[in-house]
Design a protein around this ligand. Structure first.
Ligand SMILES: O=C(CO)[C@H](O)[C@H](O)COP(=O)(O)O
Length: 241
């Protein structure tokens, strides 16, 4: 079975948790896109749900699939967010933001009673950090922000090269990637993040950092699809711990 089929299987398993009347956060990326497509099929068959998309790309997918949409200004909470991840560790800490949507993804996940992470099992790692950590930054004063990030890395015992993300595709013309919020992303190749909660706290105190891709204590469960079938891993501690 290829990777894309595994992603769809994980999405289908998460869809089993969705009930009539639910308010859903809709993640971003190739795995979350499968969820939106499958959800659209259920909506066409009569399921009543409403979704909040975590990116303009997901908004377009949801509209194409006929999933009704709203915003966090119009509703006061979400029942479940279903989203992908770039890495998932055994504490269900995540690296997210490979698709550049980490800011909206984190706002939506934090507004949800439950976050279900869907992935093929290649995303399951013993320790976060092989995947470059996305850090969303304000372009103004980027030099100062980078120095502050390096200081935070040193205090947390990590180091690695940082690079401002470039836009992919469209001819690869070298333009800086701009997020839906109008910010830039710095990707940090850290290799191994021994203490993700400490690093998350340190990065959150830096003025030019809008958000970072460490999702700590937000995921309630992970649905991992692999050659051996589907594994559902529940978070041991309550959400927010
Ligand atoms: O965080 C994300 C986007 O910002 C995605 O969820 C993450 O990059 C995983 O994407 P995919 O499902 O395509 O592997």
């Amino acid at each position: 079975m290829d990777m894309d089929q595994l992603k769809r299987q994980a999405a289908a398993r998460a869809l089993e948790e969705v009930r009539d009347g639910m308010q859903l956060g809709l993640g971003t990326g190739s795995t979350a896109k499968h969820f939106v497509e499958l959800l659209g099929e259920r909506v066409a068959a009569g399921l009543k749900v409403i979704g909040v998309p975590t990116s303009e790309a997901t908004r377009a997918d949801a509209e194409r699939c006929g999933v009704p949409l709203t915003t966090l200004d119009e509703i006061d909470h979400l029942d479940i967010t279903v989203d992908g991840a770039d890495e998932i560790d055994p504490e269900l800490n995540l690296i997210k933001g490979g698709g550049g949507a980490l800011l909206r993804e984190k706002i939506v996940a934090a507004a949800s009673d439950r976050m279900i992470v869907i992935a093929d099992d290649s995303k399951w790692v013993p320790t976060l950090g092989s995947f470059p950590l996305p850090i969303e930054v304000i372009p103004f004063g980027l030099g100062a922000t980078r120095r502050a990030i390096e200081k935070a890395f040193a205090e947390c015992g990590v180091s690695g090269q940082m690079a401002v993300r470039k836009a992919r595709g469209g001819g690869g013309d070298g333009h800086v990637f701009v997020t839906d919020g109008g910010h830039w992303i710095v990707d940090a190749r850290l290799g191994c993040i021994a203490d993700p909660p400490s690093l998350a706290r340190a990065l959150s105190t830096i003025p030019g950092v809008v958000e970072h891709g460490l999702f700590i204590g937000l995921a309630s469960s992970a649905v991992l699809a692999g050659g051996e079938g589907i594994r559902v891993i529940e978070r041991r501690k309550p959400k927010g711990d």
